[in-house]
Design a protein around this ligand. Structure first.
Ligand SMILES: Nc1ncnc2c1ncn2[C@@H]1O[C@H](COP(=O)(O)OP(=O)(O)OP(=O)(O)O)[C@@H](O)[C@H]1O
Length: 257
């Protein structure tokens, strides 16, 4: 299962305008782990995630997926293993119909037509979007677009699922549905988000970023209970760990455990 491993070593990244966004990050995510990447605006979450599929290449340090370093020469293999769901679904949807968008990846993998149709149907079914298959993606609602963007990645059957702000712009019901869907994905999940309640639901481990560095890395509940780390990361506890505004009791925090 080595292809499910992701290792980041001394990673530094400086944007072309000279802004250094990542300052020597190191961690290792192993098979089947579910990891939340959290931190204030500008902490470096999206920059970090962009290195997992080689959208950005390190200025220094390395990123490895299993036995493969992320390099231009290995991108094809890396992108079969790591599926990335972008912050904005519009970055992922560009074909005339939902079917074509979800079929795009499997088609590029050179799969036979029958298998492509099967994968598309299954992925759309999984995200509850089978009824959208003939619709043009640009006419869908934000939540529908997000579901289709997830289906595009699932159709590639990745071993590692990487998501940037998956719950942004979702109504409460769609957010709940997304959490249920992601909970059912058995492989490795890496989720960058400001939604710490979602992290509590899905991720046993959390990495806190601050100014392009790892501030903390450990069990999610321990991190969220650590006032020093939360303050340093400019974070607020998940809603259900905050005391009741009426009587101050912390019943929901206990049920989070
Ligand atoms: N294209 C770019 N050129 C120069 N600097 C950039 C670029 N994109 C991001 N940055 C800077 O890099 C730093 C990290 O940005 P990044 O988008 O990774 O943060 P983030 O944690 O994902 O933030 P958010 O929570 O707001 O999405 C920020 O200081 C940001 O201003």
């Amino acid at each position: 299962m080595s292809h499910h491993l992701l290792e980041v070593k001394d990673l530094e990244y400086t944007y072309p305008d000279g802004h250094q966004a990542l300052h020597g990050l190191s961690f290792r995510i192993t098979h089947g782990e579910s990891v939340g990447i959290v931190g204030a605006n500008g902490a470096g979450k999206s920059t970090l995630l962009s290195h997992f599929t080689g959208i950005l290449m390190p200025t220094a340090g390395t990123v490895r997926v299993g036995d493969l370093p992320v390099l231009r020469q290995t991108l094809k293999q890396i992108r079969r293993t790591v599926g990335m769901i972008f912050q904005n679904p519009d970055d992922q949807l560009f074909m005339p119909t939902v079917f074509d968008d979800v079929a795009f990846g499997p088609l590029n993998m050179g799969l036979p037509q029958a298998e492509i149709r099967e994968r598309v149907a299954e992925a759309l079914q999984t995200v509850g979007a089978a009824h959208l298959k003939d619709r043009p993606p640009y006419k869908l609602s934000g939540g529908e677009k997000r579901a289709v963007a997830i289906a595009c990645v699932l159709a590639m059957t990745p071993d590692i699922l990487v998501m940037d702000e998956p719950s942004a712009a979702l109504d409460p019901l769609a957010r709940r549905r997304l959490i249920r869907l992601l909970a059912g994905f058995q492989h490795t999940k890496i989720i960058a988000t400001h939604d710490l309640d979602l992290v509590l639901d899905l991720c046993e481990r959390t990495i806190v970023l601050g100014e392009g560095k790892v501030i903390a890395d450990g069990p999610s509940l321990e991190i969220f209970q650590n006032d020093d780390v939360m303050k340093k990361g400019h974070l607020e506890k998940p809603l259900r760990m905050q005391g009741c505004p009426v009587c101050g009791c912390n019943e929901s925090a206990r049920s989070a455990r």
